[in-house]
Design a protein around this ligand. Structure first.
Ligand code: 5RP
Length: 216
């Protein structure tokens, strides 16, 4: 199966966001990954609902919003209204994860749980029927361009085994340090959706970069 690639706009040139989006769409991007950071949950501040709504009126691509924010409940409605198609929230950032997921699902938006590298996979066990996808961070969240953490391969395998045991055929999205050196091992371990920032946006020929990542 051809791998699905979600370019992370964090690595785009923000001064030319519309043309950056167009360039990766033309190059074969499957989904657009939008990293929202609050300067609290992670030590960086990026974009908010205004960027999502601006992109929503610009593109029909699926918008995959990754909320790296404390107490994400406060922002779910606003991101849904802005036009997110998928929203992932960090298990570590939400004291009432089940409630947070319900808030997303009530809006008919796909709900995902994101896990930091050190967070055990078991935290999704009791919300497993409430998620549409799982996002495994393969770097510590906050910045693009970091190196893939090799121990995450085993974690992806464990996650796929857990999902299989519950009969859940959902995407495992991997995020951080995904490139030609790491993507195959992630896929073999059970990942199905691949976020790539630097490996796409730092390349001049983005179609070539995306095709290589897809393995075509
Ligand atoms: O969520 C993120 C950082 O928190 C980014 O999406 C991720 O790091 C992708 O960037 P790169 O492919 O350059 O590692």
């Amino acid at each position: 199966m051809v791998r699905r690639i979600a370019p992370s706009l964090l690595a785009a040139n923000f001064a030319a966001l519309a043309s950056e989006v167009e360039s990766v769409e033309q190059a074969g991007a499957d989904i657009l990954h939008i990293d929202v950071m609050d300067g609290q949950f992670v030590p960086n501040i990026t974009m908010g609902t205004n960027v999502v709504s601006a992109l929503r009126s610009y593109t029909s691509s699926e918008l995959d919003v990754h909320l790296m924010v404390e107490r994400p409940d406060r922002f779910i409605e606003a991101f849904c209204e802005a036009g997110a198609d998928c929203i992932s929230v960090h298990a570590e950032a939400s004291p009432h994860l089940h409630r947070t997921l319900q808030l997303i699902k009530e809006k008919k938006v796909k709900a995902g749980v994101a896990l930091n590298p050190a967070t055990p996979i078991e935290v999704i066990k009791h919300v497993i029927d409430d998620i549409d996808f799982l996002l495994i961070m393969t770097v510590n969240p906050g910045f693009g361009g970091q190196s893939f953490i090799p121990q995450m391969i085993h974690k992806i395998k464990e996650a796929r085994e857990l999902l299989n045991a519950f009969g859940k055929e959902i995407d495992i999205e991997v995020d951080g340090g995904i490139n030609m050196e790491t993507i195959e091992a992630c896929e073999e371990a059970g990942a199905t959706l691949f976020v790539a920032g630097s490996a796409v946006f730092n390349e001049k020929d983005r179609a070539f970069a995306i095709n290589q990542l897809k393995g075509i």
